[in-house]
Design a protein around this ligand. Sequence first.
Ligand SMILES: *Cc1c(COP(=O)(O)O)cnc(C)c1O
Length: 409
Amino acid sequence: MTEKPTFPQHRTSPKQLEDELQDLMLDEVRGHWSRSFRGPPDVQAVAEEAFNLFGSDNGLFSMRAEYLARIETEVTGMCAALFNSPEGGAGTLTSGGSESIFCALHAMREWARDHKPQATAPEVVMPYSAHPAFSKACHYLGLKVVRTPLGEDLRASPEQMAAAITPNTIGLVGSAPCWPYGLYDPIESLGALAEQNDLWLHVDACVGGYLAPFLERLGHRLPLWDFRVGAVKSISADLHKFGYCPKPASTVLWRSEDLLQYHYVHPSDWPGGMYSMRGFAGSRSAGPIFAAWAVLRYLGSDGYTKLAAQLWQKRRKLMDGINRIPGLHAWENDLLPIAFESRQVDLGLIKADLSRRGWILVGSAEPPLVNIPLDVATTDAIIEQFLDELAQAVELAGVSTMQAEKLEY
Ligand SMILES: *Cc1c(COP(=O)(O)O)cnc(C)c1O
């Protein structure tokens, strides 16, 4: 039992603090998944320098201070261009996927007040696999979440989603790809559905957004998911995942300036006059904005494409290694994260054993899966040590699963 904290009476020496902080640091190898997503060391160094130089500047002023306005607009402009944004497309920088999703659903709700006044109790239809941030955002925004069963292939089922549309439906959501399975929803079919029913279509590319365009450049065939699908009105994409920018950094991309306007709230009912922010946050560090600007320009399309090729090799290596462990099977999904299952051993036991060793992993319950947030900073040494300890965890879990069976029968 830890003691109930009290507010410190006396100062603590920097040396003491440093020692305590060092003690808290995760193991360099086993803590790797907990630090996802990171670029290689040179990218981390570029990001860190920009982050530290501007970390104390206040991003709150990004609609007023010229230097902040310019840099933030350059970041969102670069990102919008990557997703085949049409002329007049726009972007918003946020603190993460959850905020991006919140902003997109808020704009969807405001748009629906203009375009779908008959929707008096607005509903958003999404596949079961959509990220929980959608449920959270809907809760805050007073929207009803309608999650529909997935198809046999575990992708969104356009038929199920069509059947869920009512006069109160204001929008649809699809993932590119979804987190638990790394599978793309059929965004083009959802686009057709959105057009037929005059609905807002949001694509959640939080995990895939800053990887897919570069894999496509390498010749990988992925389903269409971005603004090339005409019905897509907004996209969420996390810079702090495969954009390799330091947390917290994500983006919402809007098909047009008009749609972006539905995102803004400009309160002025207080003594300070008009209070306009680019995103949801008020005061925020400008560090992530400048770091994103630096990383995007440091890497450019060439750099990201090179990293995508490296990442794809690491993905293969890790998946092959998992498949060599008896009882485990890594899915051949569309992208990342890696998802593996086991028909023989209890994945809960494997995860618990790994986390005792310091490897923290999350997974899914339906079906039982473990996800690995592989990034390009993952070295061969990390992959090998992880596979080694995973094999040990599987062996132990196998023994206890067998014991449990014996006890049962
Ligand atoms: C990570 C992720 C989110 C949430 O992003 P945060 O940055 O963790 O808030 C939403 N959707 C998908 C598909 C994601 O992978």
